[in-house]
Design a protein. Structure first.
Lengths: 351, 93
């Protein structure tokens, strides 16, 4: 496992980096099974790898150089937000308002065909706050055997399909009638999984429901206080964190909660079907939940979900189209990639 | 192959029936030739990729306002195969 950050940028973002470095040392000690190695891409290291500037391509090269020296690693943890380790700005395959697709996929891939990742990759955003980062490294998963899901009314049927691996479809709440004012905080507490299939905008901290031409405010950052579990959101810009903090991004607010272990979402405009069968964001999140339920780590679950998503799309149509490709690129994971909800499944013994 | 306007009209009717918010919206129509994606097939250890395929894309787009007056771009994408049959409908979140 490689843990990577940028010393200069991190210092600019959180000032005193010593508490984070201390927490990192403890994290490395506690994750020996993953053989973690921590380094700053812009500082000399004991492996003789040349430091690089804060540039996505250069950092990716640095990761590749690291593997050449130390051998392949399965997990990559990026420490810091876009100002520390920039997202890749990839060409947007879809004809929509996104100038580019913010993505971590190239960091997760060993070759230039980075639609398909090989590494389990996640990011711990900095939120301009050392305590926030330390908190992410110290998180553990408590098991509750309960889930929560919220869907825009118009996507109820398709959401039921996604929710099935983690709960009973009839448990899903719909918006409307759920709105920010009627939101019950207890819904998000003591859960293993929190699922959201709602609208989002990078102009707003809120998420939205839909019924016909009505788009009520479904929830905002203030609704997630006390929440717990792994969060997966299909909303547009659900994981968009450029110049965002926990006050104006639900993703960051979730991560600031002590019992939220990770957040999976889209950095840009996401797509999905109104009806089953699952495709695009629906299919990816469904697979993510399935892998978590099988005992895989967060990082493995998103990587495997992307592989299965691509296979399924190819089998259905023979190719990945524009929105399939965008889905694969835009979904990112925030949090410790080694956490898991269920114990790993052991291979069955044949007697 | 150009798409016959009658197919576009048929699809518009289907879309309005399922998604009334897109009533009166004229779709942007495009044709794409999808090349065999050998590298992706190879990376996924899958069999031989299918050959060149033509697909058609109808994009319906509107801007709506949420209850708190935030503008949201709503996009509905309809993908058709070579026979102009719908193979996928997706919408933006």
């Amino acid at each position: 496992m490689l843990i990577l950050s940028g010393k200069e940028a991190l210092h600019e973002r959180i000032r005193d980096i010593r508490p984070l470095e201390k927490a990192l040392n403890e994290y490395v000690e506690s994750r020996k099974i993953y053989e973690p190695v921590f380094c700053y891409y812009d500082a000399p290291n004991e492996y003789g790898i040349e430091p690089v500037a804060r540039d996505a391509e250069a950092i990716r090269e640095y990761v590749s150089d690291f593997e050449k020296k130390l051998g392949d690693f399965d997990f990559l943890l990026l420490l810091g937000g876009d100002e520390v380790i920039p997202f890749f700005r990839l060409e947007n395959p879809c004809d929509d308002a996104d100038e580019s697709v913010l993505s971590d996929n190239p960091y997760a891939s060993r070759d230039d065909n980075y639609v398909i990742p090989e590494r389990a990759c996640s990011r711990i955003p900095d939120s301009g706050n050392s305590d926030f980062m330390v908190q992410q490294l110290n998180k553990v998963v408590s098991r509750h055997d309960k889930s929560f899901g919220l869907t825009a009314r118009v996507w109820q049927r398709s959401s039921e399909n996604v929710y099935r691996p983690i709960g009973e479809p009839e448990e899903l709440e719909c918006t409307p009638p759920v709105t920010k004012d009627k939101f019950d905080k207890a819904w998000l507490q003591k859960k293993d999984y929190l699922y959201f299939n709602v609208h989002g905008s990078k102009l707003s901290a809120n998420w939205y429901g839909q019924e016909g031409a009505s788009y009520p405010v479904a929830m905002g950052p203030e609704n997630v206080v006390g929440s717990a579990g792994i969060v997966a959101s299909e909303s547009c810009y659900g994981a968009y964190i450029i110049e965002k903090t926990q006050d104006n991004a639900i993703s960051m607010k979730f991560l600031a909660e002590p019992e939220v272990a990770g957040f999976c979402g889209s950095t840009t405009i996401a797509y999905g079907p109104a009806q089953p069968p699952s495709s695009e964001a629906d299919l990816l999140v469904k697979y993510f939940f399935e892998y978590l339920q099988q005992g895989h780590t967060l990082g493995e679950s998103l990587r495997n979900a992307k592989l299965d998503f691509a296979r399924k799309s190819l089998r259905r149509h023979g190719f990945l189209d524009d929105d399939d490709t965008k889905t694969l690129l835009q979904f990112v994971l925030y949090g410790d990639p080694t956490l898991r909800v269920r114990p790993p499944q052991k291979a069955g013994l044949i007697c | 192959m150009l798409i016959d306007p009658k197919h576009i009209e048929r699809i518009k009717e289907e879309i309005v029936a399922q998604y009334p918010e897109f009533k009166g919206v004229e779709p942007k129509v495009s044709e794409r030739t999808v090349k065999p994606q050998d590298a992706i097939y190879e990376k996924l250890d899958m069999g031989v990729p299918k050959q060149f395929k033509s697909i058609y894309r109808l994009k319906f787009e509107i801007t709506v306002r949420t209850a708190d007056e935030i503008p949201i771009e709503r996009i509905l994408l309809v993908t058709l195969d070579e026979n102009f049959d719908i193979i996928k409908i997706v919408e933006s979140k």
